[in-house]
Structure formats: structure tokens, C-alpha cells
Design a protein around this ligand. Sequence first.
Ligand SMILES: Cc1cc2nc3c(=O)[nH]c(=O)nc-3n(C[C@H](O)[C@H](O)[C@H](O)COP(=O)(O)OP(=O)(O)OC[C@H]3O[C@@H](n4cnc5c(N)ncnc54)[C@H](O)[C@@H]3O)c2cc1C
Length: 415
Amino acid sequence: MNYDVVIIGASFSGLTLAHHLPPTLKILVVDSKKALDACVESTGLITQATFDLLSEFVDLKKFIPNQINSIGVIGTDFKRNFFSYTKTPWIYSTDTPQLIKHMSETLPANVTLRITTKYLSYNDTNADTYPLAINLKTTSDTETVNAKFLVGADGAKSSVAASNSKLSKNKKFLVGLEKAFYGDITFGPHPTQAVYHYWFGEFSLGYGGWLSPSIINGRNAFRLGIAKLSKNARDLTKVDAFIKKLQTKKMIKIAHDNEPILTFGSLIPLSGPLRKVFDKNTLLLGDAAGLCGAFAADGIKGAVVSGQVAAKLIPRYLAGDKQALKKYYPEIQKYNQLMTYYRKQVLYRFVWDLMKRDRTFDAMFDIIAKAKHEFLNQFCDSKDRHKSLIGIVLKVKNLPALAKYALLIFLDQFL
Ligand SMILES: Cc1cc2nc3c(=O)[nH]c(=O)nc-3n(C[C@H](O)[C@H](O)[C@H](O)COP(=O)(O)OP(=O)(O)OC[C@H]3O[C@@H](n4cnc5c(N)ncnc54)[C@H](O)[C@@H]3O)c2cc1C
């Protein structure tokens, strides 16, 4: 079969692209999953700007169980905590599996979607009209389809990137392990409107833990997990100790059966935006291109934006403008300086990875707790609103606490 564009990966980036490419193009989307709503490897929290972008082509409101207007930050002892609020929702939780399913079911007529189909490799045959021969594997067979253009929207460990030595690959990863349970969060003033960030310190170096409310199959539920640097992936078994701790501290109440509704683990790219994300007739999107916050681990906005930008550039490339893909990152930057946000995230990641002891995380907690009224306004949403956490922390009155924090980071390097 011949296609204009073949997209590998039917998640946020691949499906966004498929929704936006012109109807005149014949498009194939493939995904190795058996069912797109079976499991989506994401907590699925989106900020207002991502909400707005998705709403342009998806009936998003149906898939938003919770509007979040506060964050609870819990210290390393699981006792100290503070809450920070915004007037309007700061982020939204999504029913991610159903949202992805909906995105796949509403694809335009020019798009064919095939699941249970794994991308293997491609070669450039130099044929005139369809130069790419793309090798796929179904449950029973292997087959080759021909295309003019190949898109790798296949996540952090992209097989498309791996097929082409000229494309960059993500090299540093967090591994996130998440479980979802029916039940309730029983801690904090408004548990259905808050997300909780656990600053473990030594318990979960690399990221920490999270807890967020949700509604799954019409029942109250919550998602929780921890993420660690991939070199410490074995420690992810600590997620069960984390769950036990939250139960002991009466922060969650799991519904009677105690079994998770879903469990998944996946990689989060930490390298920041990759250098070489396109080559002849090929482009990487979303996580495959490293478009994910290296500190906050937020990649849905980058996936959606890269899908929308690619949908403008690929038709120009196919029409003969061979320089069109050079506009990829500059066009993404136009979405509220998203590229700058990702580069700043690499810096935050660098500092976070220097922190190794509870006492250092506690020192940081102390500084940020003092700024709790401004904290949420400046936090992750900076990719939407150009706010900066550094701005609220770097104040003369904080100098002694900052000096202590810097000293502890320094000492951590010798332990
Ligand atoms: C535990 C966890 C929690 C997260 N929480 C959040 C959050 O709350 N908010 C946020 O913004 N971001 C979050 N992220 C990050 C976010 O999920 C990703 O950045 C986003 O999903 C990237 O979208 P994508 O389309 O680029 O890739 P992915 O969502 O990774 O999708 C890639 C798709 O490609 C398919 N695929 C892979 N290889 C092949 C192959 N060889 N052949 C065929 N198909 C293939 C996969 O099956 C998959 O469907 C989280 C990530 C993790 C791991």
C-alpha cells in the first residue's frame, strides 16, 4: 500500500498530527498496542493552554473529571506540608485512556488507523513518488508499506529515531511507575481539586512522588506513583511502600478490594529537546523529539504542539519546500516560548539531581513554603504564562536560607 504520510504512534503527538494534516493526504497511523484505551502511560494532567489546544479539535470537556486549583507539597517526613492555590483551575486531570480512544475514533476519513501493528524499520529506496519502504509487523505477519514521509511519534525510546543514524536519540530517562485505585484522597481541604507532590528526598531521588484525584468508570479514584532516574529503576518497588505510607498517614482510602485498577511504568525523556529531529522525509514528534519537561516530566503540551506544527510543515515539505522542517523548533517556540521552557527545565533537572539528602530537600521545602501564596502561580504553569519560580525564591530576605541550601547541595556531592 502507498501512503503520503505514515505516523508511528497513536498517542498525543501522532493523533494530533493525524487530526491536522490536510484531508487531501492519505495517512496511515500505526500503534503496537492492542487497544488504545487499554493503558496510556501518563497521569494525564494538562495545563490551561494544553486544554485550549486540545479543545480546538476534541470534545475535551467530556474527558475532564477534575479541575485542579491547588497543589499540596508534602515534606520528606510526610508530616510537614503546605497548600498553594490559584483562583481558576491550574491544571485539569483527564480520563486519559478514554480521551486517546476518542481522538482515535474521530480521525478524519483520509486517515487509516491500525493497532496491534509494530513498526520495525525503514529504508530509503529513492523511488520517485514513494521513496520510503516501511516495515511493519502484525500479530501474524510482516509487511512493507510505501510512503512519502515517515513520522516518529513513538515515544521516549523511539524506534524511528533508532532506525536512522542521523537522528538524535533520548539518552537520559526517568522511569515512572503509576497505580490507580478506586477510593478517595482523605487529606487536605479540597482533595478533589488538588494534586499532591511528595518531596521524598532520599526515598525517591530523581523526582519524588505524586497523588492526583480522578474519576474512573464513574467512580471516585486516584492515581499515585513515583519516578526515579532510570539507573535506579529497581527502586520502583518502593511504590508499594509509598502507598502503605499514605494509608498509614490516612492520606488515602482505597476502596474495599485494594487492587489497583491499572498499573503502568514508562520512560520519561530527560535530555531536553533533541538536536537532530528531522532528516530526509522523516520527523520526530513529542517524546521522541525530547519535547518533555526534563524536571516536571510534562510532555503532553509538547506532543500536541509538535503535532500541530508538523501538520503545517509536512505538506510544505511534500510540496517541494525542502527547507520547511528547519522551521520546526522556531514554530514550536511561538507557543509561548515552549522551547525556552524546555531548556530551563534541563537546568532545573541539573540542580535537582545534585540534591541527595533529605536535609537538602527539607532546606528547599523551607524556602518554597515561605512563598506558598505565590508558589502555584509560578510553578509548572510557567510554560503557559512565563512565570518563574526563581523569581519568587531569589529575594534578599531568603538569602540565609538560600546559603544553607547551597551549602547542603555542596556537601551532598561528597556523600
Ligand atoms: C508515569 C508518567 C506520568 C506522566 N504524567 C504526565 C502528566 O501528568 N502531564 C504531562 O503533560 N505529561 C505526563 N507524562 C509525559 C507524557 O505522558 C508524555 O510526554 C506524552 O504521552 C508523550 O506523547 P507522545 O505521543 O509523544 O508519546 P507516547 O504517549 O509515549 O506514545 C507513543 C506511542 O507510540 C507507540 N509505539 C512505540 N513504539 C512503537 C512501535 N515500534 N511501533 C508502533 N507503535 C509504537 C506506543 O504504543 C504509544 O502509543 C507522564 C509520563 C509518565 C511515564
